[in-house]
Design a protein around this ligand. Sequence first.
Ligand code: ZN
Ligand code: ZN
Ligand code: FE
Length: 762
Amino acid sequence: MTGKRTGRQITIRGIVQGVGFRPKVFSYAQSNHLTGWVRNISSGVEIRISGAPSDIDAFVQALRDTPPPLARIDEFCSEECPAENFIDFQIISSQSEEGEFIPVSPDIALCDDCKRELFDPKDRRYLYPFINCTNCGPRFTIIRDIPYDRPKTTMAGFTMCPACRKEYEDPANRRFHAQPIACPVCGPQLSFEIKDKVVAIKDAALNLARQFLKNGKIVAVKGLGGYLLACDAYNVQAVEELRNRKHRTNKPFALMAADLKTVENHCHVSASERSLLISVQHPIVLLEKKVDCRIPEEIAPGQRTLGFMLPYTPHQELLMLKDEGFPDVLVMTSGNLSEEPIAYEDDDAHLRLDVLADGFFLHDRPIHIRVDDSVVRINRNQSYLVRRSRGYAPNPVLLPVEMGSVLATGTELKNTFCMTRDRYAFLSHHIGDMQNQETLNAFESGIEHFRKLFRIEPEIIACDLHPDYLASNYGRELSCKQNLPLVEVQHHHAHLASCLADNGWDSKEPVIGVIFDGTGYGSDGNIWGGEILIGGYASVERRFHLEYFPLPGGDAAIHHPTRSAIGLLWQNGLEWRTDLPITSFTSDQERSVLQAQLERSLNTPLTSSVGRLFDAASAILGICHEASFEGEPAILLEAVASDTEKGCYDWGMLETSIPTRPLLTAMLKDIQNKVPTPIIASRFHNSIIQLVKDVCTTIEKQTGIRTIVLSGGVWQNMYLLSRILPLLETSGFRVLIHHQVPTNDGGVSLGQAVVAGQKKKE
Ligand code: ZN
Ligand code: ZN
Ligand code: FE
């Protein structure tokens, strides 16, 4: 070819390694007659090309418009340079630079191409449980360090066979540089163990695991990011046995269905929910039960929804193969005892799960970091995260501005931590409730791993204001030890900031934050959680809050909603009537003890928590008097609420401290008048919605602010969310809710990080 030739130097940042980026570049270069090279660098991908200007433009256009499906381009720098005399186009070896980093891809569910091969008798990986390719398979859970190359993963111990090596080195092959590439000859294998003894391997292990499950046994299944416990979901005895062994009373179990059709047999599945179930993340999706759902009530007592996921690894696909007499739905719950973190190391799993499982279905590919299954629901056709973990972490949230390096240690419940660098916020996978040593260990090793993986040396530490949280104390000690500035962020300010960052908010305009939550330490030392704030990243002002009421026993009330109820009634001088449904749950003695405690203010901290208000309402109505997990009373209250009732209770005059007496008085009157519980539950919810509209309208009149942020655990309540969004929007407000991180405490570390980053700038 004759004519003018020129060159181009391109660097791309984002999620561009381990996602088939270089082969794509290779094929675009070939089809546009370009010569040059592409290579991974620590900060992304670097490309040098020479050719005709129009071909180069076409190449750039193709790469920008149609990158590989799993890639995410955050930065695309393209510079003219002189043409060079390359002979052809090549993928050259990786270059590692000191201190540079790139985002690491999350783990990706089995892709359609691999699934086809898995069930193709003519394929050399037919029924091979660890089939994967450039577009799917383990990533984050096997990476020890970057750049992402096989020796730096837990696949290092498996030497590629000649056939795999050939595929790995062929740019035209769909397994080109697929780091976890494996086959039956050279890759990981299955085994089945009983009491530490291997009793079967390979196919026989799979068959034995299925036999166990079919017979109602509980099997520990080593998966992608940890161990899961599985049993036949239709077998009530097995389910109850699993509950007993795990010490898990009522918390719902996640389910894995053989296929989409099976999920649709039991639950309503909308188009967006279907796409989410089969997305690259394959999360647990919360779905509304059908009336003729055959999943036993014991799976999720009292709930309207079930959490379903589809097999996301080839070995789960094989485990769930449809067959006469084999259940098409299995319980797949985290492999742990009640509140401990999920087991992921083989020795530890045996130690901890021996008493929980009848058999172990294992493989010999090590898991480097534990990652739980993610939990997501659909709101307005978009993902709304409940737990952000496998498939999502460690994808960074792109920040509106550069932040410097902050380590935010998160909160006590549903802990995640967050580390920032440049414009990236790396929110960790779900760590858990920081109330035991194991979870603290998981937290500390997670932070170490992130520091190394993303080359982050924190310059600022951010933590929750709470004086006793383990995560806060970790932050305080680290700040002392390393002589780093510490920013203690009020919990609900962090919620607000988290939602702003989640929405890429880059304005200095103040917003109204409606932060309804379970628990958060307030700047006055009380337990907050019903907060209407005005402000932004840098600071907030507390404009309204729920009137304080005493909480006998403090945070322990989370598990005893009757205490919230008694405290609330006492505060409002309302009589404990014996016709209240709650009465049957409490003994006279218990009530008089609590009464005395309240009168003498013994360990009765004050709270403005809307979460506790829901607990109290749930208890007063006799719906829930003992909570086996935080938020259970509210979830059950939401589940009984009537969908059609429009009535609501009056709040009276709105002052800085929002009184609860009018609401309670009206509710008690309804109870006295024998109004059905679903109607009362519904009116209670409607009152909260009305309150939000009223306070926001008041603030708007005073300040002109028309942007509202909804954050905090209470906004997981879909009855509230689905009704409040249209109401506020038709009133002319712009409403920001969470999209990339959870609205519950799992998203708080992001908020802490941006608040601290902002403070440093000023
Ligand atoms: Zn694949
Ligand atoms: Zn092989
Ligand atoms: Fe919170």
